[in-house]
Write a protein that binds this ligand. Structure first.
Ligand SMILES: [Fe+2]
Length: 296
């Protein structure tokens, strides 16, 4: 079984890197620097980057980067792909250098999402110094946060995440937008860390290639300050402040320059998986999170 430790990074694309530079520095409160081979590193902890933004004709999310603990774990992942007949691509020297890892392979899931698996991230361990005074983001062993990906080919994609990539289901949401509307499934999955979910899969297509990415701060005040910066920089709101039922994250959602949403939150659950029972929840939030604001 593949054992993923966490969401190491994601890769997104935009026509003009300046927009992401301004968004990262002015709104998210993160640091930016040039990435090797072109592109932008967005730094939110002691690592050189957690978001890699590259230039391209289309605004979109390109890949999720998943971390393995060691070379042995990495080679085992390749064995699993071979055993299960999963097509994989070995990272080029340029890709490996840009992501700052020892080795990388990529696979495409049955809904077309690209997953990159790597080991041995490179870091100068320089401290994170936020241009907006954000003390810290909660990362470390729990990865950068979580990513929620479109999975119109739902059953096959959940099976791929579980049986190939080794994620396990945290809990499930059968979303029914109206009493007589068909159910849209959203499944939440965890890997080998305490974060309630590092990956979620939603049963619908999304043109930007991602439903949202979540980053977490360790103080509710920082969520409010980020929300003030969102207003000051005219970043569209996608969902109002609210508290999720399943991972208890108190957060708001806003647009990124690459067209997908970003959840900025506080207070997410850290779970002891030996004590956890997966469950089905029937409303997405205990309070707030009005997503209709993002559709206006
Ligand atoms: Fe989320």
């Amino acid at each position: 079984m593949i054992k993923i430790h966490g969401l190491s990074y994601f890769v997104a694309q935009i026509e003009n890197l300046d927009a992401w530079q301004r968004y990262a520095e002015d709104v998210l409160g993160m640091q930016v620097s040039p990435a090797p081979g072109g592109g932008l590193y967005v730094k939110m902890d002691e690592r050189p980057f957690r978001m890699l933004i590259v230039e391209g004709s289309e605004k979109r999310y390109l890949a999720s980067g998943w971390e393995l603990a060691s070379e042995a774990a990495f080679l085992h992942a390749i064995d699993v792909f071979k055993e299960k007949g999963i097509e994989y691509q070995t990272g080029t020297p340029e890709e490996i250098d840009q992501r700052g890892v020892q080795a990388m392979v990529s696979v495409i899931d049955p809904s077309g999402n690209r997953h990159e698996l790597s080991w041995g991230h490179r870091s100068d361990c320089l401290p994170f110094i936020s241009p907006q005074g954000v003390p810290r983001f909660i990362t470390g062993d729990m990865g950068l946060g979580h990513t929620v990906l479109p999975a119109p080919n739902f059953d096959a994609t959940v099976a791929f995440a579980r049986d190939v990539l080794g994620f396990q289901i945290s809990d499930i949401f059968n979303f029914r937008p109206a009493p007589d509307a068909p159910v849209t499934r959203i499944y939440f999955l965890h890997c080998a860390n305490a974060r309630h979910h590092s990956l979620a899969l939603g049963e619908y297509p999304v043109p930007s290639g991602c439903i949202h990415v979540m980053v977490e701060v360790d103080d509710m005040t920082e969520v409010g300050r980020a929300h003030d910066r969102r207003i000051a920089h005219d970043v569209p709101l996608s969902a109002t402040l609210g508290e999720h039922l399943n991972d208890r994250m108190t957060s708001f959602y806003m647009k990124t320059p690459s067209g997908f949403d970003l959840e900025y939150g506080y207070g997410g659950l850290q779970v002891d998986w030996d004590q956890h029972s997966a469950f089905e929840f029937t409303r997405v939030s205990i309070w707030g999170h009005d997503f209709s604001v993002g559709r206006q």
